[in-house]
Design a protein around this ligand. Structure first.
Ligand code: PLP
Length: 392
């Protein structure tokens, strides 16, 4: 079959590839421990499931408006006001089938061929591929441990050209777990306010922060609100990855354009899932305290155990559920040419699946998800330790 140039130009998601490979090994009876998970390991809260069942019984089983039901948009508007003191009218909100779908629509609706999109490393794997699919040009900005994987105004300025249209800002970050502070956001905003660069603020992990609070760059000033498109959803905050509900808040014309696009592609996000998201935002946030305590405890344990490994450095993450250690020296000491080779052999020999940083634009690092029990994490780190001892 002759495939399109567009599709030949994209790289399949490495995160999903690792998950698939470890599932395959598990199906063969191999005792694989996967640190590749990109989703909370909890079930969706019962209250949400029960309210969705009620909604189904009440007949919410039909098509809805392509950009989501008004009740959900109202709930999102209320949430934005409460969390960030940001006022969005329902016409400034677009609901899609997961944050990934929403991001896809944003690029399709805004980019013209050759428009540049600034993407700091380490980046979530789909940004670059989605920009390419919209015929935009991803411009990669390298960051590393020296700035705690955060972009500074200096790094940003160095990459801006007259073709720059957009900047991607993902805080808390997948994969580094870094959370921008208010001062850091202010410094970026001071520069961005003088430009017309549109900020796509991916805030999907906003509720998973352990030492700090998440602040939205859109709340820094009126100008920043005007130039920012917030992307969020219930996938990570409410353990609802399978329900596929995400949304964007921002410019009304863009929301309308995304809606028009959706009427010819997916139509509305699944109706029962929209009502599930309404239930999620009606729920008391107290459930989050327990949820976050569990993640914080797991992070602390995993981090201190990880730091016992030789030849490894790691910045302590403050949010999401990932550790992003640097394995460059370790891979070299173990006789591997690259961290990718180290990762492949680790899965072969010790049956531990991790995601190589190369897929995130940071080839010296690996991503370890702590969205699994502390016992399994400890076992996995023991196996990594054994692997290093056998090779170094
Ligand atoms: N943005 C980031 C940074 C993510 O890590 C993910 C999911 O892994 C998404 C967006 C997509 O979320 P959703 O499941 O709502 O499509």
């Amino acid at each position: 079959m002759q495939l399109s140039k567009k599709i030949k130009n994209i790289t399949p998601s490495q995160t999903l590839a690792i998950t698939a490979k470890s599932r395959e090994l598990k199906a063969q009876g191999v005792d694989v421990i996967s640190l590749g998970a990109g989703e909370p390991d909890f079930n969706t809260p019962d209250e949400i499931i029960e309210k969705t069942y009620q909604a189904l019984k009440e007949g919410h089983t039909k098509y809805t408006a392509a950009s989501g039901v008004p009740e959900l948009k109202e709930a999102i508007s209320k949430k934005m006001k409460m969390d960030h003191d940001l006022q969005y009218d329902t016409s400034e909100i677009f609901v899609g089938s997961g944050a990934k779908h929403v991001l896809y629509n944003i690029f399709q609706a805004t980019l013209n061929p050759g428009d540049e999109v600034l993407i700091p490393t380490p980046y979530w794997v789909s940004y670059t591929e989605q920009v390419k699919l919209a015929e935009g040009k991803p411009v990669i900005m390298h960051t590393d441990e020296s700035t705690s994987f955060k972009m500074t105004p200096e790094i940003l300025q160095r990459h801006v050209t007259d073709r720059t249209r957009m900047l991607l800002l993902n805080s808390p970050s997948n994969p580094s777990g870094m959370v921008y502070t208010e001062d850091e956001l202010q410094a970026l905003a001071d520069y961005l306010e003088e430009t017309d660069i549109i900020v796509v603020a991916d805030e999907i992990y906003e509720k998973l922060v352990y030492d700090n609070v998440h602040i939205s760059i859109a709340s820094m000033s009126d100008k920043m609100k005007q130039n920012t498109i917030i992307v969020n959803g219930v996938s990570k905050s409410h353990a609802m990855t399978g329900w596929r509900i995400g949304y964007a808040c921002g410019d009304r014309d863009l929301m309308k354009a995304m809606t028009d696009l959706t009427t010819h592609s997916t139509s509305n996000p699944a109706t029962p899932s929209q009502w599930a998201a309404v239930a999620a935002y009606e729920m008391e946030e107290s459930y989050l305290v327990e949820y976050n305590n569990t993640f914080r405890e797991r992070r602390d344990k995993a981090y201190s155990k990880l730091m016992e490994l030789p030849y490894i450095t790691c910045i302590k993450p403050e949010g999401a559920f990932y550790l992003f250690p640097n394995f460059k020296e370790c891979a070299v000491k173990c006789g591997f040419d690259s961290v990718d080779d180290f990762v492949a052999q680790l899965l072969e020999e010790q049956h531990v699946a991790v995601v190589p940083g190369s897929g995130f634009g940071s080839p010296d690092n690996i991503r370890l998800s702590y969205s699994l029990s502390a016992e399994d994490m400890e076992k996995a780190l023991e196996r990594i330790k054994k692997f290093i001892a056998q090779h170094a």
